[in-house]
Ligand binder design. Structure first.
Ligand code: UDP
Length: 371
């Protein structure tokens, strides 16, 4: 018997859709080209530490429906993301808040911080056209130079003048003493890791790993009535209009026989000389303890490096500038004409989605599709 749905890709979008469809009595198969589930949220337990193999994932959302939904599958800890910046040995708090302003300028009150920013953004007279202008108009020139420019140019491999303004608007700017990186009602990390979370979402659903849909499209299309495709949209169309650009990252991981390397889960290196963008010390996502509350004696760190994506790399971040967005629209036009195949997720929609937004998109699509 044919499957009702073949889901291509076992990240959050595919897994949530598969769960919803299965719960509606549909017969579902998920195939995944890599050798593991959970997409880039994948975590691996090493020395009692859940290592975020594809970079730090901190679940946060304002959407109560999404939060309730995900909590059906796993318990979350109370981790709150409070990254630290290291700029040539000077330490600053993120996101941009009174602690940052105090360290940068010595100011104590919100009014004083606002006055300095007003002064420093005078050069921006019109609506910000790019990331640089947007950053300066939000937090002034000093913060742009020390905390944003080097990091952003390393992460994106492009000048801040060529990047879209929305990227920097992801970060809150606050005139309170609050180091919480996210403006989200709900936040945390799944206890037992993201792989466990996705395993639980997939309970009872057939999953085949190491299966590359694009290499055998005709066969896979023949075994299901409908396809949910969460891979890269340009790859699906064999790059016929050209490749969409992505950034990819890679990590140099080290297990260290010391209990504490940097005192925080994430330290960003915002100068332009240091080659890595940040160092992740995974144990702090779980407060330095294992699930039995034992203190972990070792630590694992990952230095993160960013580069332009090539066809053999894992795509991470879509480069949503105008050129790429226009190219995406051409692919989307083709995608909309396809029958019985639906494109979703960060790669399928070429969108800089956070995890909760991916889930929201999958839940909304499932509602429409399955009812
Ligand atoms: N950013 C920055 N300095 C930092 C951290 C972030 O300038 O220390 C900028 C950078 O341009 C980045 C954007 O803020 O691309 C969004 O950062 P976010 O943490 O949301 O990126 P992600 O979590 O997706 O890696």
């Amino acid at each position: 018997m044919k499957y009702d749905y073949l889901v291509v890709g076992c990240g959050l979008y595919g897994s949530v859709f598969a769960r919803m469809a299965t719960d509606k009595g549909k017969k579902v198969l998920i195939i995944e080209k890599r050798n593991h589930i959970a997409g880039n949220a994948y975590t691996e337990k090493i020395e009692g530490i859940y290592v975020h193999k594809y970079g730090p994932h901190i679940f946060h959302t304002n959407n109560r429906q999404v939060w309730n939904y995900i909590n059906r599958f796993i318990e979350f800890n109370r981790y709150t993301n409070t990254p630290v910046v290291n700029y040539n040995g000077e330490i600053y708090s993120l996101p941009f808040n009174m602690f940052t302003f105090n360290k940068m300028w010595g100011c104590v009150t919100p009014d004083d911080a606002k006055k300095i920013i007003e002064q420093q953004k005078k050069q921006i007279k019109t609506e910000p056209k790019n990331l640089e202008e947007q950053a300066i108009s939000l937090v002034g020139k000093d913060i742009f130079e020390k905390l944003i420019k080097g990091y952003t140019e390393k992460q994106w491999g492009r000048s801040c003048k060529e990047l879209p303004a929305f990227i920097i608007k992801r970060l809150p700017v606050r005139f309170t003493y609050d180091n919480n990186y996210f403006n989200a009602l709900y936040q945390g990390i799944p206890i037992g890791g993201y792989t466990k979370l996705v395993e639980n979402i997939l309970d009872g659903i057939e999953v085949k790993l190491n299966e590359d849909y694009l290499k055998n499209k005709a066969y896979y299309n023949s075994i299901a009535n409908k396809i949910i495709y969460t891979g890269a949209i340009d790859a699906y169309f064999d790059y016929k209009f050209g490749t969409l650009q992505y950034r990819t990252v890679h990590f140099e991981n080290e297990i260290l026989d010391i209990p504490n390397f940097q005192g925080n889960a994430i330290v960003n290196y915002t100068d332009s000389q240091t080659k890595w963008t940040r160092i992740i010390e995974h144990k702090w996502f779980q407060f330095g303890k294992d699930e039995q509350d034992n203190v972990l004696s070792k630590t694992i760190i990952s230095r993160e490096f960013s580069k332009e994506w090539d066809r053999q790399d894992e795509p991470y971040y879509p480069v949503n500038d105008e050129k790429n967005n226009n190219l995406y629209l051409k692919y989307k036009e083709l995608a909309d004409k396809e029958k019985n195949i639906f494109f979703g997720g960060r790669l399928g929609e070429y969108k800089y989605y956070d995890m909760d937004k991916v889930m929201e998109s999958a839940l909304n699509f499932a509602e429409k599709e399955l009812n």
